[in-house]
Design a protein around this ligand. Sequence first.
Ligand SMILES: Cc1cc2nc3c(=O)[nH]c(=O)nc-3n(C[C@H](O)[C@H](O)[C@H](O)COP(=O)(O)O)c2cc1C
Length: 347
Amino acid sequence: MKRSIEKLGLAALRRIDPEMAHGLALRALHTPFAALPGPVTSPRLTTRVAGLTLNNPVGLAAGFDKNATAIRPLVRAGFGFIEVGAATPLPQPGNPKPRLFRLTEDRAAINRFGFNNDGAEAIVRRLARAHRTIPVGLNLGANKNSANRAEDFARVLQMARGHIDFATVNVSSPNTEKLRDLQGPMALAALLDGVMQVRGNVPVFLKIAPDLTDQDLADIAKVAEDARISAIITTNTTLDRINLRSPHGTEAGGLSGAPLFEKSTRTLAKLHTLTDIPLIGVGGISTARDAYAKIRAGASAVQLYTGLVYGGLSLAARIAQGLDVLLQQDGFGSVSEAVGTNTKDWL
Ligand SMILES: Cc1cc2nc3c(=O)[nH]c(=O)nc-3n(C[C@H](O)[C@H](O)[C@H](O)COP(=O)(O)O)c2cc1C
């Protein structure tokens, strides 16, 4: 019953402007109509990543709840962990609208939001009030007009560190000009040094782009190890345009969803051969099989966003439950046993 209400809701949302639809969906989460199954877990799904205990390895990717206004219902959606933000030190409006495009035929999206958010102060206030019954992390961003973008990441973390379970350094958003340049080894090492000095005991994750060369990946693995980064989130959206059929396929911005799956999984598998740092696989997951493929390619946990636009929030629980079955069928007693058991197919 609840699933049919969700399907009707999704069909209605698909007929309106995507950014408005997203705002409505976030607000609808607080109503009794939301199909929220509650926590999903099993002995096989329970796992530890970077010191965090997860009920299941299926997480919400950054950008869905940019302002941390829906933590409580998102926890009830069955995710094993959630990431809110990106938060920048000061509030900022982001790029002009329209800036989010639905590519229905491709099961994808293109966005060029440019870190629109309420600013770290407001977001941290909401995080402080949230009851974190599962790990909740904050995606750190930099203000567009900041005099020192590298310092922005440390500033936000310093404000948030008492109220989060992990923080993600996001130097991979394609929608803030030159932000991705901070992925270069020298700039990245300096930035991470500043962040690690203020982290307290919060594990710091690094989120990378899928548009990196093999040399870039090797450099990043080394810098991340030297900086004692706790996990690498692989990957953000791509600037590539991969065989798209939708009319919006030529819009500027970052592409997410199904067409990103292969590219992001290849990046993940390559990185898995380069480092022992735990990896979190993101990009184009919309089924339990997709999540399972990322885990077998080298991911210790996964995240998703665009799949929810097409499958609804109940997708998180369906993927976690499906993953349990797939692990069992292949004789794995736990998620961690399956991690990296099929990396070679993606190299
Ligand atoms: C509308 C939108 C906004 C996003 N905002 C952020 C963000 O603020 N910070 C970030 O690290 N990633 C952001 N992302 C990237 C996602 O977290 C994720 O890495 C990417 O979409 C690939 O996963 P998916 O194919 O499951 O969507 C955003 C993605 C979308 C579609």
